[in-house]
Design a protein around this ligand. Structure first.
Ligand code: GCW
Length: 687
């Protein structure tokens, strides 16, 4: 196979050794590694994962102290640092307690997995972990389900490549039509994820091809090899499965969930899978979605389908992550009675309370599809008796393909903190953690996101897109964390010793880069306007007359989607108060979502005091200015970074400038041609 896009042939040839260390170079361990460290883990019959994580903790400490002049010592030898497994009242295997007094730093946890998270906490703190006194601090994850979904295929798709919506080269798991013989890179990835707080990974695309279906069959031992590499870092492996597996693999003539043979096939498949991977997390499934098979073909509901799989995996403690991304992708654009935004709610909310206890209904954060700005999904808040998981996208399918510098921490933080029932009420993150106000507190769905990693030498195409992967993990652990502080953590862990200028420039480039991207692409929550299929670059009418249900309805008078109850699709009715009313009126709808909810004239005046069309011109000119400023800031600071990385970033900036300029001119021209209204500041708009 030739080197994947974005990977230099030299790096590909040099293989794993050329991989950038990302956020855990040896130097990140300098403070801890210079200490005398004790690790106390009682000999006990630990579950396999905990036992292996215990080994990982010991190995990490041994390597750090060997590299930085410290030592591994016994408890009686006056250690500076104690890492100890001790009984904890809550028994949460992932939480830990950090304290510093009388000149000694201590991490305690009920399980080696908590100890590992505590160890990485010390690494993040650096010298600060060993200075002064620290009150007792308990750290616990917001939710026990913190997952990355890989859209990796074993086969290489002629158009999509190997990783669907991946912009970081090929898969780290698969090459040459099989699981890689050498999984060293996966081990490094597991370590990066553990340090960020992720504890679950699904290893194949939710669009499951015929070859990948065999992960439940003859390729199972290969999947088990991957699980073996994740386990020592406290990471549970999940598999994406095809609804059609009984037909494809089992030779049955049907996948009807009511069919006894189908049920038996899945139960036997689960027995086989868990025999090979005893601590597998479960199955992720995309059914009746964008052409994937599902229960609709047999007149069955998604609850019927999910519960049938749930019954098969329940004896093994497995979970079913059933995706709610179900909509009509063969819509007639002439049909104004259908609104794709309503689909997840329409398909799933009627089944609330009927899903089995081990089913997580995984809902995308927005009702459309990972746009730079869309409303939050109302379905997330509408199923108090269901385990609702929320899905995000770390890979930047609609956000610049890891060619543009776009830090997503602030976007996710805003979404996770969205208070569904008004200020101070439970947030999106709370609902995912079982905190629906009408729920019983036990319905934990957790957080998931599509990974952005590939076999690229910098892991993520754009080296700064690593920050998104890191931030994703940290925000699943603590959704309330300040995303800019998280960015600082990433900077410290990735570029230890970087001076103030380098840090300041990274902040200048990244802190508001999400808003910058929004400014030069689709405005005011109108969504899409991207080139169909590739989802890169501007094409304002690209999806307008297609079956995909993603329209903006621009004409000579105005633009936007009327989703009101009064005159539109009625989508606003899916929200609880106060949002159903806030979004209903253009007077109260936030500017940034105006065109998501309303069709308005180009002359409509925003709360900001500017007209819609002038806002488009202003933001698009400004967006490009911001990209140019970021590029120039980078040019000043590039010398502070490793040369190969600096070259990659410089190359990406050239493309970002080109692409942002293209977006600006196409979108501005589009609005000018439709409205006939010029820029009040007389800047160049192509006519
Ligand atoms: O946005 C769409 C993507 C598809 C993806 C799908 C999904 C995995 O364009 O590539 O398929 O979402 O989330 O299932």
């Amino acid at each position: 196979m030739s080197a994947p896009a974005g990977t230099t042939p030299a790096a590909a040839a040099a293989g794993d050794l050329a991989v950038h260390p990302a956020w855990l170079p040896d130097a990140a361990f300098a403070a801890l590694g210079a200490r005398r460290v004790t690790v106390e883990i009682p000999a006990r019959e630990w579950p396999a994962m905990s036992a292996q994580v215990a080994q990982t903790v010991r190995a990490e400490v041994a390597a750090a102290t060997a590299a930085h002049g410290g030592a591994v010592v016994g408890a009686h030898e006056d250690p500076d640092v104690v890492l100890a497994v001790v009984p904890h009242s809550d028994n949460d295997p992932e939480s830990f307690v950090f304290v510093r007094d009388a000149g000694s730093t201590r991490i305690t946890a009920a399980d080696p997995r908590g100890l590992l998270y505590g160890l990485f906490h010390l690494v993040r703190l650096g010298e600060a972990a060993f200075e002064g006194e620290h009150e007792v601090e308990r750290h616990a994850p917001h939710t026990p389900l913190r997952m990355l979904n890989h859209w990796d295929n074993i086969a290489v798709h002629p158009v999509m490549g190997q990783v669907e919506r991946g912009d970081s080269g090929g898969s780290i798991f698969y090459a040459d039509g099989k699981v890689r013989a050498d999984l060293t890179r996966v081990g490094r990835y597991a370590r990066l994820l553990a340090a960020a707080g992720v504890n679950r990974v699904s290893i194949n695309n939710v669009n499951v091809g015929h070859l990948e279906t065999r992960l439940l069959g003859d390729l199972l031992p290969e999947a088990a090899r991957i699980a073996d590499v994740f386990r020592p870092y406290g990471i549970t492996t999940h598999l994406s499965v095809s609804w059609a597996a009984p037909v494809r693999l089992g030779g049955l003539t049907t996948s009807d969930p009511a069919d006894a043979d189908v049920r038996r096939w899945w139960a036997e498949a689960a027995d086989r899978v868990w025999a090979a991977i005893p601590d597998l997390g479960g199955f992720v499934i995309k059914a009746d979605s964008e052409g994937q098979p599902g229960p609709f073909a047999y007149g069955r509901s998604h609850a019927d389908g999910a519960n049938m799989l749930a019954a098969a995996v329940a004896p093994h403690g497995g979970l079913i992550h059933w995706r709610a991304f179900v909509y009509d992708h063969e819509q007639d654009w002439r049909d104004r009675s259908t609104d794709r935004a309503k689909a997840a709610y329409q398909h799933f909310v009627p089944h609330d309370g009927t899903f089995a206890d081990n089913v997580v209904v995984q809902v995308k954060h927005g009702p459309l599809d990972f746009q730079v700005r869309e409303a939050v999904s109302p379905a997330i808040a509408a199923m108090p008796r269901t385990r609702v998981g929320v899905e995000f996208q770390v890979t930047t399918e609609y956000l610049g393909h890891q060619k543009h510098a776009v830090y997503l921490g602030r976007m996710w933080s805003e979404l996770l903190g969205f208070a569904y029932w008004g200020p101070g009420s439970p947030t999106m993150a709370d609902v995912a953690a079982g905190g629906h106000p009408d729920g019983d507190g036990t319905r934990i769905g957790g957080l998931a996101a599509v990974s952005n990693v590939g076999d690229d030498e910098f892991w993520t195409g754009h080296p700064f897109a690593q920050a998104n992967l890191y931030a994703w993990g940290r925000l699943t652990w603590n959704p309330g964390a300040d995303p800019i502080a998280v960015l600082d953590e990433w900077i410290d862990l990735t570029f230890p010793g970087l001076g103030d200028q380098g840090r300041e420039v990274l902040h200048r480039i990244l802190d508001e880069s999400w808003e910058t991207y929004e400014r030069y692409t689709a405005p005011l929550g109108v969504c899409f306007m991207v080139s169909p299929h590739s989802h890169y670059g501007p094409s304002p009418d690209g999806y307008e007359y297609t079956p995909w249900g993603t329209y903006h309805f621009a004409d000579r008078d105005g633009i936007g989607v009327d989703r009101t109850r009064a005159t539109g699709s009625g989508f606003t009715a899916q929200y609880p108060a106060p949002w159903r009313d806030v979004y209903e009126s253009p007077q109260t709808c936030p500017d940034e979502l105006l065109l998501f909810f309303h069709h308005v004239p180009y002359t409509h005046v925003l709360h900001s005091g500017t007209s819609v069309v002038q806002h488009v011109y202003d933001t698009h000119f400004d967006g490009v200015e911001r990209v140019l400023a970021a590029r120039d800031a980078w040019a000043e600071a590039a010398g502070h970074f490793p040369a190969a990385l600096a070259d990659r970033v410089t190359e990406r900036f050239a493309e970002q400038v080109r692409s942002a300029t293209d977006w600006r001119d196409v979108v501005n021209t589009y609005f000018f041609r439709h409205s006939g209204i010029g820029d009040e500041r007389g800047r160049a708009i192509y006519r």
